[in-house]
Structures are given as structure tokens and as C-alpha cells.
Design a protein around this ligand. Structure first.
Ligand SMILES: *[C@@H]1O[C@H](CO)[C@@H](O)[C@H](O)[C@H]1NC(C)=O
Ligand SMILES: *[C@@H]1O[C@H](CO)[C@@H](O)[C@H](O)[C@H]1NC(C)=O
Ligand SMILES: [Zn+2]
Length: 271
């Protein structure tokens, strides 16, 4: 099944962020999907996100705590599983959108409780290849569950994926990607299958969790984002990976400087 297509002229596209679906970025009530003006190609790509909007995207080229990073497992902090409560109730289906810059499931039933308080789910979305590296190693795919609290602070729970030698995927993601071929064109949306988050919640609870304070990995690259990333990759079958990659193409921001160090764009400009 394919639903309404509404590709806006890129110049008219709304300002983009990791936060589509939150109060920070109004969503069209008519079910259209607005394609983001930033992307991962040529002058629309991460090297020029600041250039796309110097006021809004200032952190993209000046921030010193930018994401994604290379996670150095000897140096990074770890959250304990019981300091984090990730709770996303099962859903019969959800809207699954192609934003041009990425693929996003719109689901707002869900909460994250951290030591800093309670956050509400805004959406979850995918990157190929992974944005984070672990001791320099990258992964084929990464999912980000984006949460926001009432003060507008953001927390993201992330998982990287590893190809399964047994042809197995966490069933939740088989269900998310059930109709992915319907949204090959930016600006389209479809529905996921039934979503059951029990196994994912259990995965997060039963493995280590990297924790750091970074940024959105997409414009406006805002900082003070609380990152929580499972230390154990999720399994992904090769067919799903190839199907996702074909639609999602390439949407990973380059690895940023170590936390606290000068922004790489400033470093490069001064050489
Ligand atoms: C990427 O974004 C730029 C700037 O908005 C735009 O000019 C270009 O057409 C986009 N390219 C693709 C492949 O979407
Ligand atoms: C979200 O929760 C509300 C209230 O409990 C419920 O009516 C709604 O069906 C839920 N949405 C999904 C997608 O499950
Ligand atoms: Zn993301």
C-alpha cells in the first residue's frame, strides 16, 4: 500500500532536526511528509549543514560536544540498567515515513525515565551505516529512539545492529520494515506491522549501556542531548539490511571530534 505523496520544493522545506514529531517541529496534520532540506550528499551534506542556516545550525560547526563520536570503551561512562527505565507499549501499527534524510517511525506512546527525570517518546529513526563507532568499528545500521521532556531537553536511546549469521532479526524490526519498499520515494509514508517492544526493552536491560552528553546528529546539532547506547548490537538479517539500505541509502554524519575538543570544521578552517 502507498499513501499520499507530497514532496515539497526543497527551498520550502521546514527546518530539520532529529525531532520531527515533537513540539519543536510542527507536523502536517493531513498526513503529508515534508522532506528535510539537509541530506548527506554534496552541498546538502554534513560539511555544509552550518552553511544551510548559519543562525539555526551554528552548533553544527562550532559545538565542541557533537555527536556521533567514536565510543572508546575504556573511557566512556556506563549507565546501570536500573538507572534507566525504557518503556514503549506495544502498538498495532505506526506511521513509517521517508523524510529524504532518513526513515522515521512516528510513535509517541513511550517514556524514558533517567536520573534526570522523565521523557516522552517523539519518534524513532534509522541510520545506515551506524553513526557511532565503538573503538573505531562501525556497524551496518543504528536506530535512535528520541525522547523529549517537558522542558524540551532531549534524551536518545540508541542501538547498533550487527548482521546475523543465522539470518535472524529482532522481530520488532521485521515488523517495522514489513512494507519498506512502499516508501522508496522521499515524501512518502506507509504503516509498520504490529510493534512489540518487549524483547528490545529486555535487551537494553540485560546489557551494558554507554552514556554520554552529546548532540543531535542532524541539524540544528543542538547539544546537551543525553545519549544512552546499548553495548550489545542487535541482530539484523541480510535481506532486511539490503532492503533498508536500498531505501535509506547513506545517512550517517561523519564522526565528530572527541568530546570537549574543538569542532573539526573549525580545526580544518584554521589550517
Ligand atoms: C541535498 O540538499 C541540497 C540542499 O538542500 C539540495 O540542493 C540537493 O538537491 C539535495 N540532494 C539530494 C540528493 O537530495
Ligand atoms: C497510545 O496510547 C493511547 C492512550 O492510552 C491509545 O489510545 C492509543 O491507541 C495508543 N497508540 C498506539 C499507537 O498504540
Ligand atoms: Zn539519529
Amino acid at each position: 500500500m502507498k499513501f499520499a505523496v507530497a514532496v515539497l520544493p526543497l527551498v520550502a522545506a521546514v527546518s530539520a532536526s532529529c525531532l520531527h514529531g515533537t513540539s519543536l517541529l510542527p507536523r502536517a496534520a493531513d498526513g503529508t511528509v515534508h522532506v528535510n532540506s539537509y541530506n548527506y550528499t554534496n552541498a546538502g551534506g554534513p560539511l555544509n549543514w552550518y552553511g544551510l542556516d548559519k543562525e539555526k545550525n551554528s552548533a553544527c560547526s562550532h559545538g565542541k560536544r557533537q555527536s556521533p563520536i567514536d565510543i572508546v570503551t575504556e573511557d566512556i561512562d556506563y549507565a546501570t540498567a536500573d538507572s534507566l527505565r525504557f518503556n514503549v507499549p506495544n502498538a498495532d501499527q505506526a506511521k513509517f515515513e521517508n523524510l529524504g534524510s532518513g526513515l522515521e517511525v512516528v510513535l509517541t506512546n513511550g517514556t524514558l525515565v533517567t536520573s534526570k527525570g522523565s521523557y516522552q517518546l517523539a519518534q524513532f529513526h534509522f541510520h545506515t551505516p551506524s553513526e557511532h563507532r565503538v573503538n573505531e568499528e562501525y556497524f551496518p545500521m543504528e536506530v535512535h529512539f528520541v525522547f523529549e521532556n517537558s522542558a524540551g531537553s532531549i534524551a536518545v536511546v540508541g542501538f547498533v545492529f550487527q548482521l546475523s549469521q543465522f539470518g535472524y532479526s529482532t522481530p520488532l524490526f521485521d515488523s517495522v520494515f514489513a512494507h519498506i519498499e512502499d516508501i522508496a520515494t522521499p515524501g512518502t509514508y506507509t504503516k509498520t506491522g504490529a510493534l512489540n517492544f518487549a524483547a528490545l526493552t529486555n535487551h537494553l536491560k540485560t546489557h551494558g549501556i554507554y552514556e554520554y552528553s552529546g548532540s543531535l546528529t542532524t541539524p540544528p546539532c543542538s547539544e546537551d542531548v543525553a545519549w544512552f547506547i546499548s553495548t550489545e548490537p542487535l541482530p539484523l538479517n541480510v535481506q532486511s539490511y539490503n532492503a533498508v539500505k536500498k531505501v535509506l541509502k547513506f545517512n550517517a554524519r561523519y564522526t565528530q571530534n572527541a568530546l570537549g575538543q574543538d569542532n573539526l570544521l573549525e580545526v580544518a578552517a584554521n589550517n
